[in-house]
Design a protein around this ligand. Structure first.
Ligand code: RB5
Length: 296
């Protein structure tokens, strides 16, 4: 199950409201909230509770908590209410920095902040709730099959530079990533990283994976040994898109010696933003999954 952490300053109005709204959109997710300057144990502000009630949500038992590093250990994404808060959270929790964004950035509206309504009328809290709700819906449309999930990244030495370039491109787009290495240019074995990322996909720790080696081929052969993984080696955007639409691929494999940075970036974005077509393709993918179980 994916964990999502909403962040504001005091954890008494914006982030608990955002968490409650997100939970109503994704009841299966573990949705938490925390404050970068919280007074632990404080209840939600009365106006926030009232606005929650009006939306059929309940903040009565909410108690403020301070953001700590362990909250982000298993988190797919951390969503801060403003860019400034996102910067502060990334500074405090560097291990999770690639998974922390402002909600606006995550929704594709990078200049938009959800400002603190403290001390203002109930109407201001109502505006916060509708702004958060609009941003979350925009994020849901934008991220599609990977809404509130992160992308696992891995490579061997041959794929190191391209992996870092793709990772930076995803960060710029507000796509949360979890990096599984390698971290040096020293020679290493691609199956080790295919296993790390493939296992993360198969267990749901990440929603999808991107693996890079010299050709992408070794990574795809290795990752496809893991039950539940459907890894596709592609060299450009259309192949990446079709691997999602027709094959419901959940791991993209790129070849750093075959595909340049721009094509790899386009392939990654099309892969991550395209949903499975289902229909006749679903029966075929079901046959592939049956092979996972039967080994035949
Ligand atoms: C490493 O030289 C290379 O063999 C590896 O990155 C990959 O291309 C394997 O498929």
């Amino acid at each position: 199950m994916q964990r999502v952490v909403f962040l504001c300053s005091g954890n008494t109005c914006r982030s608990p409201l955002a968490a409650a709204i997100a939970k109503s959109l994704r009841p299966d997710a573990e949705v938490l909230s925390a404050g970068l300057n919280a007074n632990d144990g404080s209840p939600a502000a009365e106006a926030a509770r009232q606005v929650a009630r009006e939306r059929g949500l309940d903040l009565e038992s909410h108690r403020a908590r301070s953001a700590v590093a362990t909250l982000f250990d298993g988190a797919a994404v951390g969503l801060a209410m403003t860019r400034r808060l996102a910067d502060e959270a990334r500074r405090r929790f560097p291990d999770a920095a690639d998974r922390i964004f402002s909600l606006g950035t995550y929704a594709g509206a990078p200049a938009e902040d959800v400002d603190d309504p403290i001390g203002q009328s109930e109407g201001a809290y109502r505006m916060v709730a509708s702004q958060v709700s609009d941003l979350l819906r925009a994020a849901q449309t934008r991220s599609g099959w990977l809404f509130l999930q992160s992308v696992g990244m891995g490579s061997d030495h041959a794929g190191l530079i391209l992996r870092r370039e793709v990772l930076a491109a995803l960060r710029q787009e507000g796509i949360p990533t979890k990096d599984y290495g390698t971290d040096s240019a020293e020679r290493c074995d691609y199956p080790d990283f295919a296993k790390l990322v493939g296992d993360a996909v198969a267990t749901g720790e990440v929603g999808a994976g991107i693996l890079v080696c010299g050709t992408g081929i070794g990574m795809s052969i290795a990752a496809n040994k893991i039950l539940g993984v459907r890894a596709a080696v592609v060299a450009e955007g259309l192949g990446a898109e079709l691997s999602r639409r027709h094959n419901d691929a959940n791991v993209l494999c790129l070849g750093a010696r075959l595909t340049g940075t721009e094509l790899a970036r386009e392939a990654a974005l099309r892969f991550l933003r395209t949903s499975f077509d289902g229909g006749r393709h679903a029966d075929r993918v079901a046959k592939i999954s049956a092979m996972d179980v039967q080994g035949s």
